[in-house]
Design a protein. Sequence first.
Length: 395
Amino acid sequence: MERHTIEPRPGWQETVERQGLVYPLTRYPDGSLRPYWDESAYYAFTPAEVEALEEVVGELHAMCLAAAAHIVEKNRFADLGVTDPRLAGLIAESWRRRAELPSLYGRFDLHYDGRGPAKMLEYNADTPTSLVEAASAQWFWMEDRFPGADQWNSLHERLVGAWKRQAALLPPGPLHFAHSDGDESGEDLMTVAYLRETAEQAGVETEALSVEGIGWDRLAGRFVDDRLRFIRSCFKLYPWEWLATDRFGPHVLETLDNGGGTGTTCWIEPAWKMLLSNKALLAVLWELYPGHPNLLPSYLDGPRRLAGPQGPGWAAKPLLGREGAGVTLHGPGSGPVPREEACCYQELAPLPDFDGNRVVLGAWVVEDEAAGLGIRESAGPVTDEYARFLPHVVL
């Protein structure tokens, strides 16, 4: 794994915007615009590194499914902050009927520097983004700059194949694709638009919709779209913890199609994905697989041995969050720091530093298979909304 600088392509911004990356720049607090898509550098991997990472991702995904089964079997929903018995019951039912429910993709965030084993930082299996740049923009960049090279990137083909295989699980009628109008950057809009395109290539009938455009027909007791048609199935780039608890949350739970012919609306990702996108999963994994080379010690009741004069330090991560929100880092030797909100306390693993850039690997899973890689860099120790996306090649 090596980082190389390179001259960006002439007109790169217009090029990636035509490819669907309509958010190539990020606005910083000082008002300046700086590249989010950053092709002034790239990462190069060997085939052996990629093969090893694929194996790690496959094993981690299988371990996460085993941890989800453990949470359901042992009724550990309170550890996830799920205190509503009804919601817990629906998640458990969704897990038991998962073979009947469409489920598409997820993204592991990994600590990896090309020398030691990859370490799991977290798993976003409900609403992962940075998909357009990983699946599309970096592939076209490689074809322009390194024709004949390769890339860990079978995302597009696997997504289309997944829709083809799972089309039979969808209820009759169009599959709606919904994003939130609250996203000002356009990232959520284009992520959903790209996934809708993969579904259409698989022969699935689709419709576009915003979450705010979803209506409720009180007479029929059904969700409807902006043309008053029943929503029988919907891919939503909208976290389950919001969907289940906002104003229409009770209707979501009342009408949830959890397989077996029950309910009237099938949501994708399904409710069981809440088991994987919660940071409590990290602590459950460490309980089930203590000392595993691809895991970091993690706890729910405090930093334990990670704190104190001899401790290696820790990261406190809220159970639910996106783009590093609420994450605090505590260096070696730090004493315990109380947090009011429920957190997972994970051993501190400073991100690998390449020429002053802190890097995290985003390893994609489609259905149950490793499918590709996206790389983000940050100037600070936490990968936040100001991180940059860099392409990669396999040489």
